[in-house]
Design a protein around this ligand. Structure first.
Ligand code: S5P
Length: 474
């Protein structure tokens, strides 16, 4: 087959059926464009469908070694179907939404881990749709390294995909499509020049490869953090080589100070419940602060604020405890909505505010749902510079590597307490659950010798942190 001749024939047909239009258009994202493609119409023209699949077969697919092909929903689905029959290779279907019942599978069809899949798409601009399909296929263990496209708009899509190890092969680039249409007098030189300068000036945003947060070192993440407390905490963790937070749930001020004197060098953070202390004084706070300075750890008051913003601001600043004056960070429920974050951030005179937003809890039967978690993470995205991180239990809860996952519910021995607390091992929270800072309370403070126990926890956690950043998780 004379492919150049057929390509020209296809370009003309696409123009004639209004799959390519020239004029002043506004794109989905609100940008002006002098050229518009709508390849959805091709399903009404069997001759165009046939020509496209034959051309894709001959010019882009023949001789390639692959096990499956998968069209990006929806325009490319019928083309992928035709190709699958033509080249006698299995096709996979990617859902746009996971089914809400049954298997929740994103990919339909029969396949095995390690098999290769070729992607089929109609037009690429930024490459983001191809990338979404690629990522879903890769999650299933399929290898995806090539995408076959009808038209590359040359606005950064193939570079974005190359950054994610997907090579693009297209039937047309915008430049050669325009050349063909000029050659066949479908458009004039002015229109062609207009399109050329548009391509030059209008580039899709770069899609950089995001690295899984849990594979990055704490040093690297300190650089990525925008909240000052998160930066300090990650730096302390990297310098002291510990991600252990001690929860000092004791009711006597002197007992708290005694324990910290013994274990301070092994922790990055101390977590207090100041309202359980029976002999609270401002002297206690001064001693706590001087221990924090001496041993280089931060202080988290686990107050779990949950009221309207105005009340929370008063609770944070006033009363007997004056938390804002001494705590580096506090825990906050997302239940009342984003006003609670704004309220804490608005407290003047507080030098460094850190907020851990509670996205999940460790206790059995807690009422937090998937939707609640998603909405909590959305609030956090809006206020990421005010947030130090999340109190949560799972690595998939959030992605931002500049935020910290604080995970309580950890013990070496027990699996539960009598009131619904659920415990996981240090290995499990570090390798499976994605914890960054791990909270241990009774596992250390109720032990016969907290000073011996703290080292066991610190070492078990750090060993698993090293394992995960070295990429030896599986
Ligand atoms: O979901 C949570 C959130 C928190 S902050 N589950 C928790 O257990 N916590 C706190 O972590 C809890 O208030 C307690 O202070 C600490 C766990 O203590 P442990 O003795 O069970 O290790």
């Amino acid at each position: 087959m004379e492919s150049q001749h057929e390509l020209e024939e296809l370009a003309i047909k696409l123009y004639n059926i209004d799959a390519i239009k020239f004029g002043d258009f506004i794109t989905k994202t609100g940008l002006k464009t002098p050229v518009y493609f709508d390849l959805r119409v091709i399903v009404s023209y069997p001759d165009v469908m046939e020509l496209i699949s034959t051309l894709l077969h001959v010019t882009a697919i023949k001789g390639k070694d692959f096990d499956h092909l998968c069209g990006v929903p929806y325009t490319a689905l019928p083309i992928a179907t035709l190709l699958s029959v033509q080249v006698k290779k299995s096709m996979l279907l990617r859902r746009k939404e996971a089914k809400s019942y049954g298997t929740k599978k994103m990919i339909e069809g029969h396949y095995k881990v390690g098999e290769t899949c070729l992607i089929i798409e109609d037009v690429i601009t930024s490459g983001s749709s191809v990338l979404e399909t690629t990522q879903d296929l890769r999650k299933e263990g399929l290898k995806v390294n090539e995408a076959v496209i009808i038209l590359d708009r040359e606005q950064g899509g193939s570079e974005n995909l190359a950054r994610h190890e997907v090579q693009v092969k297209s039937l047309f680039t915008m430049t050669n499509l325009i050349e063909i249409l000029v050659k066949h007098n479908k458009i004039n030189i002015d229109t062609a020049n207009n399109v050329h300068s548009y391509i030059k000036e209008t580039h899709a945003p770069k899609i950089v490869k995001t690295q899984d947060r849990v594979l990055l070192s704490y040093e690297k993440r300190a650089e990525l953090a925008s909240n000052a407390v998160a930066k300090r905490l990650l730096t302390i963790m990297a310098t002291k080589k510990t991600n252990l937070c001690l929860s000092v749930d004791l009711t006597s001020a002197s007992n708290i100070l005694d324990v910290l004197e013994k274990v301070g060098e092994h922790i990055c953070l101390v977590k207090t419940h100041v309202d359980i202390i029976e002999d609270f004084t401002t002297d206690f706070i001064s001693s706590l602060k001087s221990l924090a300075k001496r041993f280089n750890f931060l202080i988290l008051e686990d107050r779990k604020y949950a009221d309207i913003g105005n009340t929370v601001a008063l609770q944070y600043l006033k009363g007997i405890y004056k938390v804002a004056e001494w705590a580096d960070c506090v825990t906050v429920h997302s239940l009342p909505g984003e006003g609670i974050i704004k309220a804490i951030a608005s407290c003047n005179g507080v030098n460094s505010q850190g907020i851990f937003l509670i996205a999940e809890m460790s206790s059995e039967g807690n009422l937090i749902t998937g939707d609640y978690i998603n909405e909590t993470v959305k609030i956090a995205e809006k206020y990421s510079s005010l947030l130090t991180g999340f109190v949560c239990q799972n690595r998939d809860t959030f992605k931002n590597p500049g935020l910290i996952q604080l995970t309580p519910g950890v013990q070496l021995e027990s699996s539960k307490d009598n009131f619904g607390q659920i415990y996981n091992t240090p290995e499990k929270v570090m390798l499976e659950k994605g914890a960054d800072v791990v909270v241990v309370g009774r596992g250390i403070i109720a032990a016969k010798s907290p000073e011996t126990e703290v080292i066991k926890y610190k070492e078990a956690l750090w060993k698993n942190y090293m394992k995960r950043v070295s990429g030896k998780m599986e």
